[in-house]
Design a protein around this ligand. Structure first.
Ligand code: NAD
Length: 717
């Protein structure tokens, strides 16, 4: 079917946009709108024109704005642009009516604002969300919306990007009439005929006059408020300026010119690029080249979790929150009681904050079924194991699951470091085994690494990707290796932070340097928050297995003193009761000085810039190796892991995007510099082959992603 349909009902031509999934205003659709309009204008029998979207009902879409498939392609800018379409509508000598059959966003709303009349169904989402991708509405949205709903309301919508239900605009000038999904066509045709019969004029939003007493004061306050909330992002501030221009410009066209100028200023900001990278990266992460979207998924109507500890409890809550019954198994009654009590307490805290109704909490608690018996898991569609991180324990559990679980059930492990393929080998159904690596707290953190084993079935993978969305998680596919994507990379970041400390930087300097970049917390403060004993425990195991490998001497001594971080009041820093401020501590400083001496290191002054480079590029080099090994499908997936699970600052777009922004040529050079540093891991710092290759080609990780995505598209054909 063509992207637009054209049908005449009596004296009214109806142009229907049909570009699934959201009627994105791609080049073909824009051209179709112009063609439909010309056809209607050239037909003497047609007296009015309607633009609507295919499908009807509040869940349908009139138009969701720009076609993201065309983003950053020449088609996006090709004529007819949205401006041209809107100008053509405004120039029409026959009334053009937008019949808003559902969601109307971004360019879609701007299109409707360019029409002479608008009729909308109730319950439709109305928004100008461009700010969320670092832009502002650039096709007149900032100039027309305030003329219809008032400066204050329009500014709120434009600065927040938030969607408002259409019903809220009843009685405002935004909609000339309201309708229902069932009656929309009939009501629109009636409205059109009435406009024609009554020979109503052709009102244009651009001609509406605006007034606002005390505008200067209002915009001063708005500017300051928005600056406070926008953080490093420039778009919200520019939105304020654009709306102000609607009010203060001498005429509409001058305001439009200002809007275009502000839009152009935003298009190249690094912060906006990072936001768009995150936006597109999030969509790309759901695509698995060899697992088509049409893959048949398994039904998940019930779940089970093994282990009601820190992770198991949170994982179980995710299912209960989504209305899926979940059986929770522990070995001992006390552990089971403790786990369930913790879950209840978590819910009670949410109730106390007013974010959950008490009756909803009880509903969710009822969905949690505690048990000590494996037989009770028999009917679950999926089981997630979250027991101790010990291969022998995992073996016992998976062998038991293999015996009891029904055929076709998915057996998942939440392991963070163990070999998933080995875990799968404990069963006779490795195709049903998958890793679901939740992050702590599992009921809060959105990221989910979906670990694909050697033998994991494609339908199992597809099912888990879909399930992740049902339980409100953001899934990213990872291959099997120690630490998967996120933890494998963070290990290098942590290791390098220790080297920096040995070479002369204090923990507080290292922390401050990365916090200035935008991280909420530097590595030392983060360690204190998470608990230093966890890493120490893993290190001790590692030392036993690899006695010759260098030790983290300072970190070990800090732990030997019982300084485990915030929970013991002391770690890398000192904490006062009831105060989470990290105070530098002389005891730690003394250990650092002693260990430097022992290692024969003469401390030097290290710049904040070097600290940031060494920590972020450590992530990048390991990330590149992860890509080479096929552990991550694309560089943007790595960035999504870091933005959603590790507090990487959103306005930097993730480590791989950050490296692209610095230029891989420069990144590779710095890595080579670091590989000459005798105190660090020189082998590690040799740039990954992929970094060298892309740097030499003048390419980027984004370029690599794009070329692989087009190759896999060609293969699919
Ligand atoms: P935990 O010690 O808090 O909980 C483990 C629970 O499993 C305990 O309640 C224990 O009684 C129970 N258990 C142990 N053996 C069992 C068995 N055979 N049958 C039934 N129950 C059993 O541990 P955790 O932090 O929740 O970690 C669980 C898993 O999740 C580990 O594999 C860990 O690597 C992984 N993980 C942990 C985190 C984290 O931040 N804690 C993050 C991601 C993944």
């Amino acid at each position: 079917m063509a992207v637009t349909a054209y049908k005449v009902h009596g004296a009214v031509a109806v142009i229907t946009m049909n570009n699934p999934p959201v009627n994105g205003l791609g080049h073909a659709l824009r051209s179709g709108l112009i063609a439909g309009l010309e056809k209607a204008l050239g037909d003497a029998k047609v007296k009015a024109v309607v633009i609507t979207g295919s499908g009807n009902g509040p869940k349908q879409t009139f138009c969701g704005g720009a076609d993201i498939k065309e983003f950053n392609t020449p088609k996006m800018l090709a004529e007819p642009s949205l401006h041209t379409v809107i100008r053509a509508i405004e120039a029409s000598d026959k009334p053009v009516i937008a019949a808003i059959n559902g969601t109307v966003m971004g360019g879609g709303l701007e299109l409707a604002l360019g029409c002479h009349f608008r009729i909308a169904v109730g319950g439709a989402q109305v928004a100008l969300p461009e700010v969320k991708i670092g832009l502002l509405p650039g096709a007149g949205g900032t100039q027309r919306l305030p003329r219809l709903i008032g400066v204050e309301h329009a500014l709120n919508m434009i600065v927040s990007g938030a969607a408002v239900p259409s019903d809220m605009f009843k009685g405002s000038k935004l909609f000339d009439a309201m309708s229902t999904p069932e009656a929309l066509l009939k009501d629109t045709l009636a409205l059109a005929n009435k406009i024609v019969n009554e020979k109503q004029g052709l009102p244009l939003v651009r001609n509406l006059k605006m007034k606002m007493p005390n505008a200067d004061g209002f915009f001063m306050v708005a500017k300051n408020t928005v600056a406070g909330m926008a953080g490093p992002f420039p778009a919200p501030g520019k939105c304020v300026e654009a709306v102000k221009a609607a009010l203060t410009s001498r005429n509409f066209d001058e305001g439009m010119a200002r809007e275009s100028q502000l839009f152009a200023e935003l298009i190249n900001t690094p912060e906006g690029k990072a936001l768009r990278h995150a936006f597109f990266g999030e969509r790309a992460a759901g695509k698995i080249p060899d697992v088509p979207e049409t893959t048949k998924v398994r039904a998940i109507k019930s779940a089970a979790v093994i282990g009601a500890g820190t992770m198991g409890g949170g994982i179980a809550m995710n299912f209960a929150n989504a209305g899926i019954p979940v059986t929770v198994l522990e070995m001992k009654q006390e552990a089971l009681d403790k786990g369930l009590a913790t879950i209840r307490k978590n819910y009670e805290n949410t109730v106390k904050k007013g974010k959950l109704k008490p009756e909803k909490m009880e509903e969710r608690m009822k969905l949690l079924v505690p048990t000590l018996k494996y037989e009770d898991l028999r009917n679950a569609d999926i089981v997630i194991e979250a027991v101790f991180e010990d291969m022998d324990v995992k073996k016992t559990v998976f062998q038991a699951l293999d015996k009891v679980m029904k055929k076709g059930a998915i057996l998942a492990s939440n392991t963070s470091t163990l070999d998933l393929d080995k875990i799968a080998s404990f069963t006779k159904r490795p195709q049903d085994v998958i890793g679901l690596h939740f992050f702590s707290p599992a009921n809060v953190m959105r990221l989910l690494e979906v670990v694909r084993g050697n033998k994991t079935g494609k339908d199992v993978l597809a099912t888990c990707m879909q399930l992740a969305k049902t339980i409100k998680k953001f899934p990213v596919v990872a291959g099997v290796c120690d630490g998967f994507i996120g933890n494998r990379m963070i290990h290098q970041y942590g290791r390098e932070s220790q080297v920096l400390m040995m070479e002369g930087a204090s923990p507080q300097q290292v922390d401050k340097a990365v916090e200035k970049l935008g991280f909420a917390m530097g590595p030392f403060r983060m360690g204190d928050l998470a608990g230093l004993d966890v890493g120490w425990y893993i290190r001790k195991r590692h030392y036993a297995e690899h006695p010759k490998q260098p030790r983290a001497a300072v970190a070990d001594r800090v732990c030997e003193l019982g300084r485990y971080g915030q929970k013991t009041g002391k770690g890398w820093y000192e904490y006062k009761p009831g105060d989470r401020t990290a105070y530098p501590d002389a005891e730690v400083e003394k250990i650092i000085v002693e260990e430097r001496e022992k290692a024969g290191i003469k401390p030097r002054k290290i710049s904040d810039e070097e600290i940031v480079e060494r920590l972020v590029y450590a992530l990048v080099n390991e990330g590149a190796r992860i890509l080479e090994e096929g552990i991550a499908l694309r560089a943007s997936d790595i960035d999504m892991v870091y933005l959603n699970g590790y507090g990487f600052p959103l306005h930097r777009g993730g480590p791989m995007h950050y490296a692209d922004a610095q230029g891989l040529f420069n990144v590779a050079r710095r890595m080579r510099d670091f590989s000459r540093n005798p105190h660090s891991d020189q082998k590690f710092w040799k740039p990954a082959k992929l970094v060298e290759k892309l740097a030499a080609e003048g390419s980027s990780f984004a370029g690599w992603d794009a070329s692989r995505s087009s190759k896999s598209k060609k293969k699919g054909k």
